[in-house]
Design a protein around this ligand. Structure first.
Ligand SMILES: O=C(O)CCC(=O)C(=O)O
Length: 349
């Protein structure tokens, strides 16, 4: 019997020689459940055509060459709180991104968390395939290659494990055993850190420390564990296309490989991996709630040219009662919102 990988490879070969049927090729890839990692493991040396992005995405895909490329600040949380709040507030207003060190999460936990997500993705396809599901997270867990595979114009070079952390953690039996303990630990660590940062971000706006938390902003939490395998043609595709995050803010752990870039004016700057650091970025809801004081900024990840895979783990913080936070405002450039209802930033609803 032919394996899913062999069938997939035969199909790609056939379509290379004959007519290109994009819909069929995408479906075959999705049905195979092998993910991008499976393609690379099968010995593929050129990327399937549906991963090739249009020129507007591919132009300027390179690591930053700016002399001041290290523009994203690293903030030490062990300094006096008022000083850290000032630095966080400035970075959130000017760049929408910063890194933090001395955040209270031990290095061993960071390493174990990354290691467990890597281990999940490096399991045999048959094991991962049990979690491969598209269209909903009823169980709170899914493994998938390209969440938007069926809608997007071009696929991106990464696979993802998603786990719902809050308001209620996914059932423990649903979380893959290989990373279960680490995901549970990461949930409690990022909840504590999220609470701390949320308070500091409020203070940076002149608000009561608990304001965002009272508005349910710490409750909805989704974790995504990305795996960016080696890409043989990194100039033709991307790891994640340019986007902003929809929630309040994001807590991102990345390994040492690099590839995350942030829009800075008309340029893209690298978020260089700093050992032991965690990346924080402001997301759309907080930009709206802060009347554009804090910025939700476009970011992307380059396809990974290194033989070693890149791992990153994002926890998205979302309000469970979004309307209380943003009203009916859909735009990221509102005139006014529910957080600041009067002339004073400290006035609350
Ligand atoms: O992998 C990364 O560094 C960024 C991930 C990201 O932007 C996302 O999951 O939305």
């Amino acid at each position: 019997m032919l394996t899913a990988t062999t069938q997939m490879m035969m199909h790609i070969k056939a379509t290379k020689q004959g007519e290109y049927d994009r819909v069929k090729e995408v479906k075959q890839f999705d049905d195979s459940k092998i993910g991008v990692k499976g393609l690379i493991d099968s010995g593929l040396t050129t990327i399937p055509r549906f991963f090739v992005h249009p020129p507007e995405t591919l132009t300027g895909l390179r690591r930053s060459t700016r002399p001041d490329a290290n523009i994203i600040p690293t903030i030490d949380l062990s300094v006096p709180r008022s000083k850290a709040v000032d630095q966080i507030s400035r970075a959130s207003r000017e760049l929408g991104f910063f890194q933090i060190v001395n955040h209270g999460i031990p290095l061993g936990v960071l390493e174990r968390t990354i290691g467990s997500i890597k281990a999940f993705h490096e399991q045999p396809t048959e094991i991962k395939a049990r979690f491969y599901r598209r269209g909903g997270m009823a169980s709170g867990v899914s493994f998938i290659s390209n969440i938007d595979l069926l809608q997007s114009k071009a696929a991106s070079w990464r696979d993802t494990l998603q786990v719902r952390l809050g308001p209620t953690l996914a059932d423990l039996e649903e979380i893959p055993e290989i990373c279960r303990n680490e995901v549970v630990e990461w949930d409690s660590q990022t909840k504590r850190l999220g609470d701390l940062l949320m308070g500091m971000l409020c203070e940076g706006l002149g608000l009561n420390t608990g304001r965002l938390k009272d508005l349910t902003c710490l409750e909805g939490r989704l974790m995504v564990g990305h795996y960016y395998p080696y890409c043989p043609q990194p100039d033709l595709t991307i790891g994640i296309t340019s986007h902003t995050d929809p929630g309040v803010f994001t807590i991102l752990l990345q390994d040492h490989i690099g590839g995350l870039q942030v829009k800075y004016g008309e340029e893209w700057v690298d978020v260089k991996p700093v050992p032991g650091a965690i990346v924080i970025n402001i997301a759309d809801v907080l930009q709206i709630m802060s009347n554009d004081e804090y910025k939700s900024v476009e970011h992307r990840v380059l396809a990974n040219p290194s033989q070693e895979p890149r791992i990153s783990i994002a926890v998205f913080l979302n309000p469970t009662e979004r309307e209380r936070c943003t009203g009916h405002c859909q735009s990221s450039h509102p005139r006014r919102n529910q957080l600041f209802t009067g002339s004073s930033l400290t006035q609350t609803i």
